[in-house]
Unconditional design. Structure first.
Length: 369
């Protein structure tokens, strides 16, 4: 039982991480670029500070070539990250790879300084690097762990090249301790980041959807439809549908509001599944729904889709009673660019009233040329 619970938690964590990296790509990319800039600046400041103190406390200390390399790497990545931010670069995977390359380059320079120039003493910077790595960037566990393991392998190879066995054993022990601690902290930090994003998405979804039907609420639907109408390109047709359930008041009067709410929930599920993922489906209020079908080039698609909705609604039953569910639909196909939301709703609403006047359970379609 305990093992099953643990497996469920692991699967849940994996799903939360997957949703985080799939739904927050732009945010993660921008965050990593900003972090890269600040880390580079911080590294340069720390390096200059350490060099000044080293020169004061150790007059015989000599500046190494790798110190210049660290500075050049950081300056180069500052320019790169700044340029990518200025053009609003959104390829999150490429940005993640850039961050990995940065960490590997800096780690290589640190290994040269910490191992090759001080072979008689214990190395301290690499274990410290593993400890601070988790807070560096927003990367997947795979990328962070891979980077850390590659650094550890490079570090061990360097140790065997210049140090004696006693120091090698001690350095490997401390580096593995730092690596283990870093991996643990990485998992914890990523878990907190993913959980925070999951909570934000949940709150956002709840604020955008109608709690009864699961489709978008009126405010969100209108906002998304209006945004699409403003940004759609030339020669891209769309269709606005207003769907109104027939005789819904009789359902509430005869069966009660609880049954009526259950019916609305079923209608919401039908509409959500019947239309494409990029279409906009919302509840306008009461028993009225609105749908925006994007990229509709064939007028017959509207009729076929409406016939499908009518058949699906007819299949609904209310308990043991033979009460048939139907709906009336008003549709307008927009073929002009920069069409106003108010105008399309007026045309679709007029078409809906015509459908009601013609005996309900049908569609009236109009074309706005």
């Amino acid at each position: 039982m305990g093992m099953n619970k643990m497996l469920c938690v692991l699967r849940e964590n994996k799903e939360i991480r997957r949703k985080y990296f799939s739904t927050a790509k732009e945010e993660i990319s921008n965050t990593n670029l900003q972090l890269l800039i600040w880390i580079c600046i911080f590294t340069i400041v720390i390096e200059i500070t350490l060099l000044i103190f080293a020169k004061i406390l150790l007059p015989t200390w000599v500046l190494k070539q790798e110190h210049f390399q660290v500075a050049i790497i950081n300056v180069g990545f500052i320019f790169l990250a700044t340029k990518l931010k200025s053009i609003h670069y959104k390829n999150d995977k490429m940005v993640a790879n850039i961050c990995m390359v940065y960490m590997l380059l800096i780690a290589t320079c640190i290994i040269k300084i910490d191992v090759f120039y001080e072979p008689e003493t214990l190395s301290s910077f690499i274990p410290l690097l593993f400890v601070v790595t988790p807070a560096a960037f927003v990367l997947s566990l795979f990328r962070i762990y891979l980077t850390m393991i590659l650094v550890e392998v490079e570090y061990i190879i360097a140790l065997f090249m210049v140090k004696d066995s006693v120091l090698i054993s001690a350095d490997i022990f401390y580096s593995l301790a730092g690596l283990s601690f870093g991996m643990l902290v990485t998992a914890i930090i990523l878990r907190l980041r993913c959980k925070d994003n999951y909570d934000k998405l949940t709150y956002r979804r709840l604020s955008m959807t109608d709690s009864l039907t699961g489709v978008l609420n009126k405010s969100t639907a209108l906002t998304q439809i209006g945004r699409y109408l403003l940004t759609r390109i030339d020669n891209t047709h769309c269709a606005l549908l207003i769907i109104d359930l027939d005789n819904f008041k009789k359902v509430n009067d005869k069966y009660g509001h609880q049954v009526g709410d259950r019916l609305l929930n079923q209608v919401g599920e039908i509409l959500h599944e019947a239309f494409r993922g990029n279409d906009i489906v919302g509840r306008f209020g009461g028993d009225e729904f609105v749908v925006l079908m994007k990229n509709v080039f064939d007028d017959e698609i509207i009729e076929r889709k409406c016939e499908e909705i009518l058949k699906l609604l007819e299949s609904l039953t209310l308990d043991e009673e033979n009460f048939k569910i139907s709906c009336s639909m008003g549709a307008v196909i927009a073929k002009k660019k920069n069409e106003s939301l108010e105008r399309l709703f007026k045309i679709a609403d007029d078409a809906l009233y015509e459908a009601k006047a013609m005996g309900k359970n049908g569609l009236v379609k109009k074309i706005d040329k």
